[in-house]
Design a protein around this ligand. Structure first.
Ligand SMILES: [Zn+2]
Length: 165
């Protein structure tokens, strides 16, 4: 007579599934079953989680990128930034967010009018086509954007774009 190798595990998700515990010593199977139940979800819920999470994230990122590209074209900003593919996509979203926040905090708050915004933000921003510049400045306050753009510094043409992200 030998001990059962498959034990029912009551998983966190509330489902119970038999789990093959034949790789555990007979005397530890009950404890393992309890541990799995406390830490894991059943195989069906696990698959579902993986599937929807990655699917949702990819769809959301694609949507954000499409929106950022569309707004960039409308604002006269280069939709393709220079850098690796990953940097370019990231920088496009950083720029999108920074410009949107700057618009909210400067124009909608009454500090600048649309023409000033065009001259101090959109026009100089259109000249900065290095993904790296946007990524480097991503945490700067939105209200500083006109100052940053007025004095953007030397924008290195390539070498320094290698080690980001
Ligand atoms: Zn489940």
């Amino acid at each position: 007579m030998s001990a059962a190798t498959h034990l029912p595990v009551a998983y966190k998700c509330g489902h119970t599934e038999d789990r093959d515990l034949s790789d555990k010593p007979a005397g530890e199977r009950a404890r393992s079953a309890r541990w799995y139940g406390e830490h894991l979800v059943c195989s069906r819920c696990f698959k579902k989680q993986q599937g929807t999470d990655s699917g949702d994230r990819a769809a959301r990122e694609a949507k954000e990128l499409a929106e950022a590209t569309e707004v960039a074209e409308r604002d006269g900003l280069p939709p393709a930034l220079i850098g690796t593919e990953k940097q370019a996509a990231w920088a496009l979203q950083v720029r999108h967010r920074m410009i949107r926040n700057a618009y909210a905090e400067l124009v909608e708050a009454g500090t600048l009018d649309d023409a000033d915004f065009q001259a101090t933000v959109l026009e100089p921003a259109a000249r900065i086509d290095r993904a790296r510049w946007w990524i480097d400045n991503r945490d700067q306050p939105a209200t500083d954007l006109p100052d940053l753009l007025a004095d953007p510094g030397t924008i290195d043409a390539g070498a320094s774009t290698e080690n980001v992200a």
